[in-house]
Design a binder for this molecule. Structure first.
Ligand SMILES: C[S@@+](CC[C@H](N)C(=O)[O-])C[C@H]1O[C@@H](n2cnc3c(N)ncnc32)[C@H](O)[C@@H]1O
Length: 195
């Protein structure tokens, strides 16, 4: 159903449920690009939601693997359905709070953070410990408060090349008289390299 190596799987290709959010296609493409994935990499997807980032990452890392974590059973169930739908065998799923679960994992080459609940500082710190030197962290943020706290933490830790990219997407919609553009909420993507 998806035979391309390039990221950018359309949102409508994923199974969806009402209460589990998805990182939208265009934002996902930027996040995947910022992670600079290579075949063989080990990747965490923290707060995997629908699993869309996990699936795009799993395609990029080929013989590598993705570990998808979420504390919402509905998100894990939905990610499982999407993993099956895309026929991928290199994604493992973990149900639980990332703060507790990532401590026991092997070192990672890249980490995506899509959600932290109230544990932003702890999770970013643990991710720093878990990333290999030269590894990439990519954090998608919607709330201004989260953005401020991530920035404060990441600047204190062992990261360089810290980059903030704000993505504001508008999508077309047909009306009775033509085509209008509808704006979505901005998402800020924070990315950095572990020293
Ligand atoms: C915006 S969604 C992520 C969307 C996802 N990147 C995708 O592509 O569908 C955030 C997710 O983070 C999860 N989450 C928030 N805090 C968490 C934590 N501390 N541990 C595990 N999962 C967490 C939420 O349950 C939610 O599913």
């Amino acid at each position: 159903m998806w035979n391309y190596k390039t990221p950018g799987i359309p949102d409508e290709f994923f199974e969806r449920t009402e209460n589990v959010p998805i990182t939208k296609e265009e934002v996902r493409v930027v996040q995947i690009s910022k992670a600079r994935l290579c075949p063989g990499y080990t990747v965490y997807d923290i707060g995997c939601g629908s699993g869309s980032i996990s699936i795009e990452a799993a395609i990029q890392v080929e013989s590598g693997k993705v570990i998808a974590i979420d504390y919402d059973p509905n998100a894990i169930e939905l990610t499982k359905r999407n993993v099956e739908k895309f026929g991928l065998t290199n994604i493992s799923l973990i149900l639980g709070n990332a703060k507790e679960k990532i401590i026991e994992l092997e070192q990672a080459d890249a980490i995506f953070i899509g959600g932290t609940g109230g544990d932003t500082e702890d999770i970013v710190k643990i991710c720093q410990d878990k990333l290999k030197s030269g590894g990439r962290i990519v954090i998608g943020v919607i709330l201004i408060e989260t953005l401020y706290s991530v920035l404060q933490i990441i600047e204190k830790l062992k990261f360089n090349s810290i980059d903030l990219t704000q993505i504001t997407i508008s999508k077309s919609r047909k009306t009775s008289t033509g085509t209008m553009m509808l704006a979505r909420n901005p998402v800020t993507v924070i990315s950095a390299t572990k020293v």
